[in-house]
Write a protein that binds this ligand. Sequence first.
Ligand SMILES: [Zn+2]
Length: 255
Amino acid sequence: MPDGTKDLPVSALRRDLAAAYRLIALEGMDDSIYTHISARLPDGPEGEKRFLLNPYGLRFDEVTASNLVTVDETGTVVDDPYGSGVNAAGFTIHSAVHMARHDAVCVLHTHTVAGVAVSSVKEGVLPLNQWSAQFHNRIAFHDYEGIALDLAERERIVTDLGQKYVMLLRNHGVLVLGRSVGEAVTYAMNLERSCRAQIAALGMGLTPVVLSEGIAEHTARQYENAYDSIHQNGRDPEWDAMLRRLDRAAPGYKD
Ligand SMILES: [Zn+2]
């Protein structure tokens, strides 16, 4: 499987992950001190699995490159510069996904009003616009079982996810995976726009025009090719632009 963490220095991964927290906060997609964005560090010398996570109790707009916590696959803290630990229960979903999907560098989970709303209807994301067409036939579903503390649920989450990059957690929120932090943030933002646009379109009381299967699939493949090309050449102009936005709006993320 491709390993997107091999080429990126840990310092750049920490910067990117801190940027992801700040961007999600700037977009109003955070939920108090809850939900997580995690990144997989390169394996240790003995093959140890290590992940970066936000310190417990901090808002997303307080996360910096240097206060990120390093945990192992059980959520046990390995390094904690800020000293508040992590929400180990909240990491259970992330660790399960990271251990099953080594192609994912970043796992991003949100509870936004639009994402929760669309996750709560049977049809999920409809191919109503260009944002949502990219996810056509590419969204997994996981039914709600209560707050995800049950270790047995981890296996069901991984089975439900399969090889997809996006999952609607029914009645709960969304989960996206990225081969880089930037890719995960891009998926999350495009999915959020899809959900907001769907709610707006269906709220007008007029007749929605749903894209045909053929056009929606064609569009999804176009997006896939574009994401693959960015991943292969290692240059992501959209992510660079988002980092420049943060350099102006919240430069402290790099500290
Ligand atoms: Zn959640």
